[in-house]
Write a protein that binds this ligand. Structure first.
Ligand code: AMP
Ligand code: GLY
Length: 420
């Protein structure tokens, strides 16, 4: 089979490597990919939101199956578009993608189906904001309704801040959002739970925890993720049963009832409080960098899983996982997520002797005349597997030391919750 993979981050390099390992695959084409994917696939530069152009390229490269990495094309309806053109594609339809594309849609679905989540109000005017403030204690979480590339959420500690942040959103700070979602602040520990879904069933697809803040001790601004590990020990068997019965199943049933069944990866961002799960957000894709720690633990051929899922036979598929643990540390450009340079040289990466349990996924990288350069804030995801998180982290840190990239920054405390 020829596989088309859409996206260019560390998540897509991890998907690309897994797809590359499949016996079912003849050729992989990445749209547009990164320096890492170019070593196992053909990279084709294209605007992934230009569906017509993408369709022409998919025909040209004789692609049999398309796998979509990031949320934006999914929210904009790439799956509906390609299915109409009779191209096989793994991912959710446009309606189901609103689980991530509209926080208001997701929260209303929770309310209607008694899915545990923070108390909330969808506000269209500042008057609605005032009403919510009368009935909710600080801190209050203010969210832009639509996609905001991880920048749409602010935890506010004063009424004034709630007004200011809400006003900015009403005034059009995020083009995708006219509404604001206000939420009560949930206390607890965050964890991510993944499933892979077809029209008839779903399968467990791993657990992980990530570190969103840029600095050590979870300080500084939010990022796309500075590191992650899998599995997440906080998700015990008893908690998992609650996640499935209270959150995952009611969501999938609700979408089926609306004749828009979910398919693809589904990622539940959870707050765990007193051994009970609350849904913070849904993502309609794999996480980045969570994908980079889940896929190295997957033992079953991923292309076989995609095929079974597309033919609605997931219930007949066994997905096997390694008992080993996995961690990734993000090496980013100094200054990320605020201001950083692109096009910086990274020299030593090919000189490093990796063991079979290590892997360096590329994120924001490209080759210019065979020279590796940065092409984004999060640059490399140094990843390793083993039986002990502390030992894995030491191994990763030793690899980063050898890369010795002076313009890079990384957190040395990834996994502190499961190490200290
Ligand atoms: P989201 O984009 O909705 O995942 O929000 C980004 C981050 O904000 C989450 O990973 C949490 O750390 C935090 N957050 C969002 N909503 C809440 C909430 N209701 N209570 C506490 N923290 C929250
Ligand atoms: N690491 C968080 C996300 O992928 O949304």
């Amino acid at each position: 089979m020829n596989i088309g993979l859409i996206g260019s981050g560390g998540r897509e390099h991890a998907l690309c490597k897994k797809i590359y390992q499949s016996n079912l695959v003849k050729k992989i084409v990445c749209f547009p990919g990164n320096a890492g994917t170019s070593q196992m696939a053909t990279n084709v530069d294209v605007d992934i939101l230009n569906f017509k152009k993408l369709y022409k390229l998919l025909k040209f490269y004789k692609i049999d199956l398309v796998v979509v990495g990031p949320e934006e094309p999914l929210v904009k309806g790439i799956v509906d578009f390609l299915k109409n053109k009779k191209i096989k594609v793994f991912g959710p339809n446009k309606y189901a993608a609103k689980l991530e594309g509209s926080k208001a849609f997701m929260k209303k679905m929770c309310l209607k189906n008694q899915i545990p989540t923070a108390k909330f109000k969808v506000c269209k005017k500042i008057r609605d904001v005032k009403k919510f403030l009368m009935n909710c204690k600080l801190p209050i979480v203010v969210k832009a309704d639509g996609l905001a590339a991880g920048k749409g959420v602010t935890i506010c500690n004063s009424n004034k801040q709630v007004f200011n942040v809400s006003n900015d959103i009403f005034k059009g700070k995020f083009k995708s959002s006219k509404s604001v979602v206000l939420e009560e602040f949930l206390k607890g520990e965050e964890a991510s739970y993944f499933v892979l879904v077809d029209e008839n069933s779903f399968k467990f697809f791993g657990t992980a925890q990530d570190h969103k803040r840029v600095y050590e001790q979870d300080k500084g601004p939010n990022t796309g993720g500075m590191g992650a590990y899998s599995p997440a020990p906080i998700i015990t068997k008893s908690l998992e049963k609650k996640i499935i019965s209270r959150i995952i199943k009611p969501t999938l049933v609700a979408l089926k009832k609306e004749k828009k069944p979910y398919t693809g990866f589904l990622y539940a961002g959870l707050m765990i409080s007193k051994n009970n799960p609350y849904l913070i957000e849904y993502n309609i894709r794999m996480g980045d960098p969570e994908c980079q720690v889940i896929l190295p633990r997957l033992k079953t051929d991923i292309v076989k899983i995609f095929n079974k899922s597309i033919s609605k036979k997931l219930n007949k598929t066994k997905i096997k996982w390694s008992e080993k643990k996995c961690m990734t540390v993000v090496l980013c450009s100094k200054g990320y997520p605020v201001k950083y340079k692109n096009n910086l040289k990274i020299k030593n990466i090919n000189k490093i002797n990796l063991r079979k349990e290590d892997f360096i996924y590329h994120a924001g990288t490209k080759f210019i005349n065979d020279e590796l350069r940065t092409n984004g804030g999060r640059v490399l995801n140094v990843t390793s597997t083993g039986i002990d998180f502390l030992k894995i982290r030491k191994r990763i840190n030793s690899i980063i030391k050898k890369i010795n990239w002076k313009k890079g920054y990384f957190r040395k405390d990834i996994g502190w919750k499961v190490i200290n």
